[in-house]
Every structure is written in structure tokens, then in C-alpha cells.
Write a protein that binds this ligand. Structure first.
Ligand code: AMP
Length: 404
């Protein structure tokens, strides 16, 4: 079975073609960017051949972009299949599934209508995801279209974790509650860790730490999400590149009344000007780490300390929520690459049975690595995330009718 995975943004499409029959190998991956701008670009990489088609091109809309991908897939020089009809299904990364979707689904008119109804919950993401689906239906009309939601994995949270202590009617009438995001990644790394540690998923308790451009953590009990740090939107929780994470909810009111900021200004400040960027003037933790290591940079030091301390606080909170923790799992750009953040986040947690082996922790990690000291209670793992592969697997399961 061949499955195309598509992640559509407002001006971009990321794509990856998997051959599930051949060890779920990714045959092609690529990116179309700056759709609708004067000059766009397509990158199309073939895995087996190791080559790349990389060209500036004008894409008036998403359809233009996906049409070119479909052409390249069967092209004499660049093709990897004989006919686009070989693509059995298209899996769409879909950001917000609200309370309606607790698992991946086959896309029909009802699902499309529900996605449109949920636009207010994810005004930046769901419209682009809907466009991606409509375009893929036109270009791959024979293929099954499947939606995989970032929020679905967290639908197992109990009300005590997902409700906010605000008037009930705001939940009932306006859907205000914690949804959580990065569900595909939390699910993928928890499954990978359970099989690596040889603990059946229905008995596996872990804390997953997805720290990349966006950052979130999840408490997972017996394979199911029971709490997560992002909330109704991806702004809550950990400190991120440009997002503030947890702050006193009275701050927006204060800024509006004392600093004459508009709601739009406040939203931009908290989403785009905050996080490590707000503290140390760069949203890339690599730069901040370099400055931290070089020394004499108070801003970089504070940003690193705050970033790691927030993770550590959530480890403590989720430890309490879970009672027993088999593993702590770091993943995504920072989690896989930053030994400094991993070390600071796990520092002095020995009393909880969390003991990082500083030697094993050194450097960047790929695949699955165990960083814990021998014979300690809680395994500390790095598991490289692969959201596209998880989307491909779930798409296959929906098509085969075996989705959990
Ligand atoms: P992702 O969203 O998973 O692609 O993660 C991207 C982020 O990972 C970037 O914004 C970088 O800040 C971060 N990153 C990548 N490599 C490193 C590194 N060696 N040290 C710290 N952060 C890193």
C-alpha cells in the first residue's frame, strides 16, 4: 500500500510518500513553500536515488503545488511510480479535531463540515488543512482521504485535567477546554518506547517531552494521554521559541488597561515575541546555547534556565498525576539534540528515581537512546519523533478498518 502524507500550511505543503509494503519506507519527501507569492520553491527528494529536484517556481495556489508533485511522481526522470492511481490513500495532518474526533477518520462530507465548524478553534491552521484536503481530492480522486488530528490522542484526558475553572457555560456553549496538541508525536514516541523497553503499551506509564519549535508534554497512563501542557490553544504550558507558555491569566487585562495594548497586540506579543525570544532575543535555542556555553551572557543563561526549569516543574506535576513512571521521553529538535536542556531538566530528581547518566547524555541523539544510569527506576530516553510515519500508519489502519 502506498500512502501520501500531506501537511498543508497557509502558504506551504509538506509531503512524503510511503511504501507500507516495503517496511514503511519513505520513497519521496519534499516541501512546496511560498505559495501565492511572487517566487515559490519546490524541494522533492528521492530516498533511494539520493537526489533532489529543487527549483524556484510560481505557485498561484495549493492546487498548482500539488499538481506539480503529482507530475514529478510519474515523471520519466524524477518519477518513483508508474501511475498516481498507485497511491491508495492520502493522510492529512489536521490540527484541530475538537471533541468530535478522538481518532483518525475517513474524510467524507460530514467530516469536512465538522472541520469547517471547528475553524474558530484553530483559525490559522484548520482553513489550510481544509484547502489541502480539497486539493488532494481533486488531484488524487481515486485515493482514500484520511484526517489525522493533533488533538485526538489527548481526548482520553479526564475532565479534571481538561476543564478550566471558569463558568461552565463557557465550556458548554463556547467549547473552552484543554485539547492539547502534538498528539501524533506523543503517541508515536510512547509506542516506540514501550516496544523498546518491552513493556506492553496497556501497562506503560510515561512522560513525553516534545520540545521543538512548539513545545508540549504529556502524562501517559497505560498508553493513554491523561494530561498535557498545551491547552485550548498551543500557547499554554512550556516556554517555546516565541510563545510564552504559562503566565498569569490576568496579564492580558493588565496590558490592555495599563499599556494601552489592543487584543491583537497582546496576542502577537504572547505568540510571536515571547518565549526564549522575549528573554534572550533569539527564537533558536541553538544560538542561545552557543551564547550560554561561551559564558558572560546573562540573557542566554536565564533563557536556558527558565526553559529547563519549566520542563522540570511539569515532570514533577506529571509524576504526581501518574504515581508510577516507567520512562521519561525527550523528543523533537531540542529534545533530541540538546544535552544541556536534558541535563538541566533532569537535574536533582534522584529522589524520584530519575537519574541521568551525564556521559550517556552527551551530544545529539538519533533513533532510540537510553540515557539513564544503570539500575535506576525511571528510564530516561531520547526517541526521535516521526509524525509523518505515524500519520501513514494511521491512514493505513483507517483504510484497512483496523484503527483503534
Ligand atoms: P522541530 O520543531 O522539532 O523541527 O525543532 C526545531 C528546533 O530545534 C529549532 O528551533 C532549534 O531551536 C532546535 N534545535 C535543533 N538543533 C538543536 C541543538 N543542537 N541544540 C538546541 N536546539 C536545537
Amino acid at each position: 500500500m502506498k500512502i501520501m502524507v500531506i501537511n498543508t500550511g497557509s502558504s506551504s505543503i509538506k509531503f512524503q510518500l510511503f511504501d507500507m509494503a516495503n517496511n514503511s519506507a519513505a520513497i519521496v519527501e519534499g516541501l512546496i513553500e511560498r505559495i501565492g507569492e511572487a517566487k515559490g520553491r519546490i524541494k522533492y527528494k528521492r530516498a533511494k536515488q539520493g537526489d533532489e529536484y529543487n527549483k524556484e517556481e510560481v505557485f498561484n495556489d495549493h492546487k498548482d503545488g500539488l499538481e506539480l508533485v503529482a507530475k514529478l511522481l510519474v515523471d520519466k526522470q524524477w518519477g518513483v511510480i508508474d501511475d498516481v492511481q498507485e497511491i491508495d490513500a492520502v493522510g492529512h495532518r489536521t490540527v484541530h479535531g475538537g471533541e468530535r474526533f478522538n481518532k483518525s477518520v475517513h474524510i467524507d462530507d460530514k467530516v469536512m463540515n465538522a472541520l469547517k465548524e471547528m475553524i474558530p478553534l484553530a483559525p490559522l491552521h484548520n482553513p489550510a488543512n481544509i484547502t489541502g484536503i480539497e486539493v488532494a481530492q481533486q488531484i488524487f480522486p481515486h485515493a482514500n482521504q484520511v484526517a489525522i488530528f493533533d488533538t485526538a490522542f489527548h481526548q482520553t484526558m479526564p475532565p479534571k485535567a481538561y476543564r478550566y475553572a471558569i463558568p461552565e457555560k463557557l465550556y458548554r456553549d463556547s467549547n473552552i477546554r484543554r485539547y492539547g496538541f502534538h498528539g501524533t508525536s506523543h503517541l508515536y514516541v510512547s509506542r516506540e518506547a514501550s516496544s523498546y523497553l518491552n513493556i506492553p503499551i496497556e501497562k506503560f506509564n510515561c512522560i513525553t517531552i516534545h520540545i521543538g519549535n512548539g513545545c508540549s508534554m504529556a502524562a501517559i497512563a497505560e498508553g493513554k494521554s491523561v494530561d498535557t501542557s498545551m491547552g485550548m490553544t498551543p500557547l499554554e504550558g512550556l516556554i517555546m521559541g516565541t510563545r510564552c507558555g504559562d503566565i498569569d491569566p490576568a496579564i492580558p487585562y493588565y496590558l490592555a488597561t495599563n499599556n494601552s495594548m489592543t487584543i491583537e497586540d497582546i496576542n502577537t506579543t504572547l505568540n510571536k515575541e515571547s518565549g526564549v525570544k522575549g528573554i534572550a532575543d533569539s527564537n533558536d535555542l541553538r544560538d542561545i546555547e552557543e551564547r550560554y556555553i561561551a559564558g558572560n551572557d546573562e540573557k542566554a543563561k536565564l533563557a536556558i534556565e527558565m526553559y529547563a526549569y519549566r520542563i522540570k516543574k511539569y515532570i514533577g506535576a506529571y509524576f504526581a498525576a501518574l504515581s508510577r513512571v516507567d520512562a521519561i521521553i525527550f523528543t523533537a529538535g531540542v529534545g533530541e539534540n540538546s544535552d544541556i536542556i536534558r541535563e538541566l531538566a533532569c537535574d536533582k530528581l534522584d529522589n524520584l528515581g530519575i537519574c541521568l547518566d551525564v556521559q550517556k547524555n552527551k551530544g545529539r541523539k538519533k533513533g532510540i537512546c537510553d540515557l539513564s544510569k544503570d539500575n535506576t527506576k525511571v528510564k530516561i530516553l531520547v526517541v526521535s519523533t516521526n509524525e509523518e510515519l505515524e500519520i501513514a500508519r494511521q491512514t493505513r489502519d483507517v483504510v484497512q478498518g483496523t484503527v483503534g
